[in-house]
Design a protein around this ligand. Structure first.
Ligand code: F6R
Length: 245
């Protein structure tokens, strides 16, 4: 694992952008794994700058979301499909036709589980993910893989923890509107990507980063899977790196 510590969130975004671009195949669009959340927003802005400068072109690329809520219509503004359309497709020029998001609209558990399996198959059919962009939760979660998630898990239906529902309530009109379940790429699915680039900034992430980078490889800290990956890059600002030895 390569750990890059930079002075500030802006420099972290720049370093993470370099790690993403150097992991993409030259001459074709590539397959990007896409995280939502605040951590990668600066990285997406820097990717947009790279597009504007003619250094990369995502018009032929594919994107695979890390996760999606269950029970929100695909056009709901807080569905991760819509968030990614606004925060990634519109920003870096990834075509909507190239955006893949787990299907959280199934009416039954069987339909949702079939959709999750189809998602892993679609990643495989695209040739696998070249670079998976990741954030990390303050409790070490990756995607919606909360502590205790199996290290070999595949894309699957999960119940959201009370803490995660509380954290995400700010995006909804009423607390009760926050979905109770999600479909998330599994930790095994994430590990299949050829490169992982995790970006974390701010003091609130320092403990999770210390556990993920220097603690044991354990399901208690899903972020620690990066230690197991042959090409993982962790990009931090000084505040997020403050717990490292
Ligand atoms: C995003 C995701 C989450 C976030 C994590 C950090 O698709 O699945 O694991 O990466 O919760 O969120 P932020 O970046 O908002 O602190």
């Amino acid at each position: 694992m390569e750990v890059i510590v930079t002075p500030a969130p802006e420099s972290a975004a720049l370093a993470a952008t370099h790690a993403v671009l150097s992991g993409l195949p030259a001459g074709r669009g590539g397959v990007l794994g896409l995280a939502t959340g605040s951590s990668p927003l600066g990285l997406y802005a820097e990717l947009a700058a790279a597009v504007a400068a003619g250094r990369v072109d995502f018009s032929d690329a594919k994107g695979f979301a890390l996760d999606e809520y269950v029970g929100l219509p695909a056009e709901h503004p807080q569905s991760y499909r819509q968030v990614l359309i606004r925060e990634v497709c519109a920003v870096i020029g990834l075509p909507l036709a190239g955006l893949n998001v787990p299907d959280g609209t199934g009416a039954t558990q069987a339909e949702l589980e079939a959709g999750a399996a189809a998602y892993d198959a679609a990643i495989g059919a695209a040739g696998g993910v070249d670079v998976q962009i990741l954030g990390i939760g303050a409790n070490g979660h990756v995607g919606f893989n909360e502590p205790g998630s199996s290290l070999s898990s595949r894309t699957r239906l999960k119940r959201l923890t009370a803490r995660t529902r509380q954290d995400n309530a700010r995006f909804f009109d009423h607390d009760g509107d926050v979905p109770t379940h999600c479909i998330t790429q599994g930790l095994g699915t994430v590990l299949d990507a050829r490169r992982l680039v995790l970006i974390a900034t701010g003091a609130a992430k320092a403990a999770a980063i210390a556990a993920a980078v220097e603690g044991p490889l354990t399901a208690s800290c899903p972020g620690s899977i990066l230690q197991w990956h042959a090409d993982a890059v962790v990009v931090l600002d000084e505040a997020a790196a403050a717990g490292l030895a």
